[in-house]
Design a protein around this ligand. Structure first.
Ligand SMILES: [Zn+2]
Length: 518
C-alpha cells in the first residue's frame, strides 16, 4: 500500500500534490497510454509522454474531456469505447512483473488477475441526454476502488456497524443507488434498499420505515422530505433516526433545517443531515462530515489517492489556485474500464478546494467547499432538472410534437401539495386528435415520455382544442406556452438559507419519479 493510500486522511497539501503527481505518472505510463486508444492518440498528437506530467501543474498539458466526448456520432457510433482501457496481452506478457507473477503463482493465476483488473463487468449510465444514455464501465478492480470509496463515505458520514440503513434511491443503473448499495455491503452494515417511491410507493416506504426503524436514511432530498412529511402527518415515530444522507439534488440550508425539524417531530433526539457530491464519470461520491446545527458545512471530503480534483476557470480553462471559485474537473488515479482524464463536470463551486484540516472532523484531506451549481451554459441549452432528471426542453418538444394521436400539448410543473420543498409533479395536458381510447393513449404517452426522456408524468389530462388554447395562452400571450412552471417559490426562511454553503447533487441519478398517491 502506498503512503498516499495509507495516510489518505492525514497528509499536508505539499505531500498530497507530490504523491498524486507520482501516482498519476505511473498510472499514465503503465495503464492509460499503453491501453487507452483515445489517450494514446491524444498524447501522440500533442507530442506528450507520461514523463511530460511530473507535477500537478503539468496536468494542464492534457486536454479536457467532456460529456459530449462520449456521445456517439454517425461516424463513430460507439464513441464511448475509445475511452475504455483494453490491455494488449503481448505488452502485458513482456512485463517483468507479469513474468515474476507467472513464476511465483503460475499462468492461470496471472490470467485470472488480469481478468479481474481489465474485464468490464459492471456499468452505470450517465443521464441528461436521455435519448442516448452513455455507459461508464467498471472492472472488478474498479468495484474494489468503489468499495474503498464507499467505506469512506460510511466512515465520514458517521454511520456505524450497529446502524440500520434505509436506501431510498430508485433502482436504476445510476451511480447513486449502486454506490449506496456497495456502501452497505462494504461497510458491513445492515441495509435495506426499497427502490424508492417508484417501486413501493409512499405507503410501502412508510411501512418499511415503521418496520425497520432506520438509524440512517439515504436518498434524494425531495423524496425523503416527502416521506418524512407524510410520516409526521400519519403520527408515526422514528426515534432511532439520527442521520440523513442526501444525494442526487442540490440541498439548500432551508431543506436541511426542515428535515431536522421533521426528524424531531418523529421523535429523533439528535439528527444530522449530510450531503454527498459525485458524478457518474468519477465512479464515486464524496461526503460531508456531520457538523453542528447552525455551523457551516466542512465541504465534501475528497480521497486524494483515488483521484485528482482541479478547479479551473470555466471560461478560459486555466487551472486556479486553492480556495478559488471555478469549475470542477476530475482525473482518476488507477481506474480501469472507462477512463476520462481531466473530465469537466460543468459544475461550479463558489468556494474551491481547501487543504486546511476540516474544522469539524479534523481530517486533513482536500475538501471541496462552497455552494455547487451547474454551469450557466447548461441553462442556455434549455436543460433543466425535473424530478431530479435533466430534461432537454428541445428534446421534450420533439418527443411530444411527434407523438401520434395528439394535437397541441402543454407540460405543467407543480409541487406535491404546492409545497416548495416537496417533489416535482409533471402534468401533461393534451388534446386528443382522433378516436383512440383515452386509457390506451395515456399508456402510450407514458411509455413514450419514459423511453425518450426518462420522466414519468404524474397525470395526463385530456382537453378540447378550446381548452388547450386557453391553457396555452394562445391569442393572449406572445408565444404559446408549452412548458409552464407552477412550482411555488421557496418560503422566505428557506430562501435565506440557500445563500449558504451546502449543496450537492449526484448527477448520476435520475428516474426518481417517486410515485405519489395522487
Ligand atoms: Zn470533516
Amino acid at each position: 500500500m502506498s503512503v498516499l493510500q495509507d495516510q489518505w486522511q492525514s497528509l499536508p497539501e505539499k505531500a498530497v500534490r507530490r504523491l498524486q503527481a507520482e501516482q498519476l505518472g505511473h498510472y499514465l505510463r503503465t495503464v492509460v497510454l499503453p491501453f487507452s486508444a483515445n489517450y494514446r492518440k491524444v498524447f501522440q498528437d500533442l507530442g506528450l509522454t507520461a514523463d511530460s506530467i511530473r507535477t500537478l501543474d503539468d496536468l494542464q498539458k492534457i486536454p479536457f474531456a467532456t460529456k459530449s466526448d462520449l456521445l456517439s456520432t454517425p461516424e463513430q457510433p460507439q464513441r464511448f469505447k475509445d475511452f475504455i482501457v483494453i490491455p494488449d496481452p503481448k505488452v502485458l506478457a513482456r512485463r517483468p512483473s507479469t513474468i515474476m507473477k507467472g513464476l511465483l503463482h503460475g499462468r492461470a493465476a496471472v490470467k485470472e488477475s488480469f481478468e479481474s483488473e481489465f474485464r468490464p463487468i459492471f456499468m452505470t449510465f450517465t443521464t441528461g441526454r436521455s435519448a442516448e444514455p452513455t455507459p461508464v464501465l467498471y472492472t472488478q478492480r474498479d468495484i474494489d476502488r468503489l468499495t474503498t470509496a464507499c467505506v469512506r463515505v460510511i466512515e465520514i458520514c458517521g454511520a456505524g456497524r450497529e446502524d440500520r440503513l434505509l436506501n431510498l434511491f430508485p433502482f436504476s443503473p445510476h451511480l447513486a443507488f449502486w454506490l449506496t448499495h456497495y456502501a452497505g455491503i462494504a461497510g458491513g452494515v445492515m441495509m435495506l434498499s426499497s427502490g424508492g417511491g417508484k417501486v413501493m410507493g409512499t405507503d410501502g416506504n412508510l411501512r418499511l420505515v415503521g418496520k425497520i426503524k432506520p438509524d440512517v436514511i439515504i436518498g434524494i432530498p425531495t423524496f425523503i422530505y416527502h416521506l418524512l412529511h407524510q410520516a409526521v402527518e400519519e403520527g408515526m415515530r422514528c426515534e432511532n433516526l439520527r442521520r440523513i444522507v442526501l444525494g442526487g439534488e442540490k440541498v439548500s440550508d432551508g431543506l436541511r433545517q426542515k428535515l431536522i425539524d421533521l426528524g424531531r417531530e418523529l421523535g429523533s433526539r439528535q439528527m444530522d443531515v449530510v450531503a454527498t457530491y459525485g458524478f457518474t464519470e468519477a465512479k464515486m461520491a464524496w461526503p460531508e462530515c456531520p457538523f453542528p446545527h447552525g455551523k457551516s458545512s466542512g465541504g465534501y471530503h475528497l480521497y486524494p489517492d483515488l483521484g485528482i480534483l482541479e478547479i479551473v476557470d470555466p471560461k478560459t480553462g486555466e487551472t486556479l489556485p486553492p480556495e478559488t471559485p471555478g469549475e470542477i474537473v476530475f482525473t482518476p488515479i488507477d481506474a480501469r474500464g472507462t477512463v476520462l482524464l481531466r473530465y469537466r463536470t460543468g459544475d461550479c463551486t463558489d468556494g474551491g478546494i481547501t487543504y486546511a484540516p476540516c474544522p469539524h472532523c479534523g481530517r486533513t484531506v482536500p475538501r471541496l467547499v462552497g455552494d455547487i451549481s451547474r454551469r450557466s451554459e447548461v441553462k442556455e441549452m434549455h436543460l433543466d432538472k425535473i424530478k431530479g432528471t435533466l430534461v432537454d426542453f428541445n428534446e421534450l418538444e420533439h418527443v411530444l410534437d411527434e407523438a401520434p394521436h395528439i394535437g397541441s400539448w402543454q407540460v405543467e410543473l407543480r409541487k406535491v401539495k404546492d409545497d416548495p420543498l416537496e417533489m416535482d409533479e409533471i402534468i401533461l395536458h393534451v388534446q386528443k386528435t382522433n378516436g383512440v381510447g383515452e386509457d390506451q393513449l395515456k399508456r402510450e404517452l407514458r411509455e413514450r415520455c419514459f423511453r425518450y426522456l426518462e420522466i414519468h408524468p404524474n397525470r395526463i389530462e385530456f382537453h378540447t382544442s378550446d381548452e388547450m388554447r386557453h391553457l396555452q395562452g394562445v391569442g393572449t400571450l406572445l408565444k404559446e406556452q408549452k412548458l409552464v412552471d407552477h412550482r411555488p417559490k421557496m418560503p422566505e426562511v428557506a430562501k435565506n438559507g440557500v445563500n449558504g454553503r451546502h449543496s450537492a447533487h449526484v448527477e448520476a441519478l435520475s428516474g426518481n419519479g417517486a410515485k405519489t398517491s395522487v
